[in-house]
Design a binder for this molecule. Structure first.
Ligand SMILES: [Zn+2]
Length: 501
């Protein structure tokens, strides 16, 4: 995966997130001790057992997560798997592939080692799977623990105890019950920041609290990062009318020093938001990059992470997130309206280069194959923009894509019944007549984007130069176009300047 270092680019290529489900709480089903040695911290020793056999059955097949978010061969990190039965007798076990084992009988107790040294070959993986350096790391139970058999939406809960080198601390949004001990509701979502060098801060925003952990030096101050997170969070709370979770953990970690400027990778898993990033050469750029990262990732706390929708529907939750995050950037005066148009132009040009005859829905299904990414972001964003224009135009500026997002969130948020994401969202879009042709042409269809008439309706023109398209404001927009441009945020800077006077 490569990285775009453009001032206001949306960095389509490097966003990677995913969806996890939530269901009701149950008492812990497993117990695990995670041990890290002072001398060789990257080798993690894990021992565990089943606490409630009827719910989480061991079978004879043991498997560890092998592939996740484009990170492959995770099974190779696992070694020395030992199994025991209830009486403490050893069970014979054979390895037949990396991370895959076959035992002679069902086991009750297990132990193994994981080598969590991912650096420096695959630093993009740092936002998605467990890693440890000599001094710190992020542990994600989803790839550390074995893959337990469960029904579709079932959560596996656990009691987790850590044994860490002296002076290492643990930061987590999971419930702490004793020193270095936690009860975890859902092992697939659980994340622990461990080690030295974490600067932790609880940010209060009214009665809402965000926990923010930063490591490494940045061009901006910790206080600036806290303020940014708090402001964007408040904006989204206002949009959705509620907060999705009361225990939100944000972590911002610097990639190792030899990584180029501008590169970053992020994931928002449940209520855990992780940004792994390099810095930018100047403070203003560095802050802009942080704004962009947080606008996008914080949005995912609501969409899709608190939706009861299933399946691969990232054409919606990535496309609309990237668009709404950009819109929010204009609203908050973090970016200019020209930057908004530039990003849309880039998305259009990227989509235009696409020669495969495949729809957004098909793209989404192939997300990790390298086929879907980054087109899902680019074309999804264009679709969201066109929906915004259509909603604004037909309602004479009274309704926008924000209203659609709010309604969709409220209708499909947990604890509603899980249902297929693509079907649900397509249904919701098709409720609006003015969106039908956008859905047909650009979401279900794969034709080139032909947006001249839509752009004209809001006073924007697409100019083509050297086969690249660039969006600008019409020289003399009429009154109606001016109104709609205003709704898109065109005059936002002037408004704020006006207020400041
Ligand atoms: Zn995303």
């Amino acid at each position: 995966m490569s990285t775009i270092i453009t001032k206001f680019s949306i960095s389509f290529i490097i966003f990677i997130e995913f969806l996890l489900f939530t269901s009701s709480f149950s008492a812990q089903q497993i117990e695990a001790n995670i041990k890290i040695n002072q001398d060789s911290p990257q080798i993690i020793g894990i021992e565990g057992r089943f606490l409630r056999e009827n719910q989480t059955k061991s079978n004879k097949n043991w498997a560890f997560l092998n592939s996740f978010a484009g990170v492959e061969n995770l099974g190779e990190r696992v070694s020395d798997l030992n199994l025991k039965d209830k009486q403490g007798e050893n069970i014979s076990v054979r390895k037949f592939a990396a991370g895959e084992y076959l035992a002679d009988e069902a086991a009750n107790v297990w132990s193994y080692q994981t080598d969590a040294n991912l650096l420096p070959q695959n630093i993009n993986a740092m936002a998605h799977v467990s890693w440890l350096t000599q001094e710190q790391g992020i542990l994600m139970l989803g790839d550390l623990l074995p893959q337990f058999e469960k029904s579709d939406n079932q959560k596996i809960s656990a009691r987790i105890k850590f044994n860490l080198p002296k002076e290492w601390k643990i930061i987590s949004s999971e419930k702490k019950t004793a020193e270095n001990t936690f009860t975890v509701e859902n092992v697939e979502k659980a994340i622990f920041l461990i080690g030295k060098n974490w600067r932790e801060k609880e940010i209060s925003n009214g009665k809402d609290k965000l926990n923010f952990a930063i490591s490494g030096d940045w061009q901006f101050s910790d206080a600036e990062a806290h303020e940014t997170a708090s402001d964007i969070f408040a904006r989204y709370k206002q949009l959705f009318g509620e907060i999705p979770d009361e225990r939100i953990q944000i972590s911002l970690v610097r990639f190792p020093k030899d990584v180029k400027f501008g590169r970053w990778e992020a994931e928002t898993r449940g209520a855990n938001l992780m940004v792994l990033s390099s810095d930018m050469p100047f403070k203003a750029l560095s802050l802009q990059r942080l704004h962009e990262q947080l606008r996008h990732e914080l949005f995912h706390l609501w969409i899709p992470n608190n939706l009861a929708l299933t399946g691969n529907y990232d054409w919606f939750y990535e496309g609309f997130t990237v668009y709404q995050a950009l819109r929010t950037g204009v609203e908050m005066n973090q970016i200019r309206f020209e930057d908004f148009l530039d990003t849309l132009s880039q998305a259009y040009n990227l989509d235009n280069l696409q020669t495969r005859k495949i729809s957004l829905i098909e793209f989404s299904k192939n997300r990790w194959s390298g086929l879907g990414n980054p087109q899902v972001y680019a074309r999804g964003m264009i679709a969201a923009f066109l929906c915004d224009i259509a909603l604004l135009r037909t309602s004479r500026g009274k309704r926008s894509v924000s209203d659609f997002l709010k309604e969709t969130y409220q209708k499909y948020r947990v604890p509603n019944e899980p249902q297929d994401g693509s079907t649900a969202i397509l249904g919701a879009l098709e409720q609006h007549k003015e969106l039908n042709s956008i859905v047909e042409k650009y979401i279900k269809g794969f034709g080139k984007v032909d947006w001249a008439a839509d752009l004209e309706s809001v006073g924007i023109v697409a100019k083509e130069e050297n086969s690249f398209t660039h969006l600008t404001i019409k020289a003399k927009p009429n009154g109606r176009q001016k109104d709609l441009l205003d709704k898109l945020g065109y005059n936002n800077w002037q408004k704020v300047l006006g207020k400041a006077k």
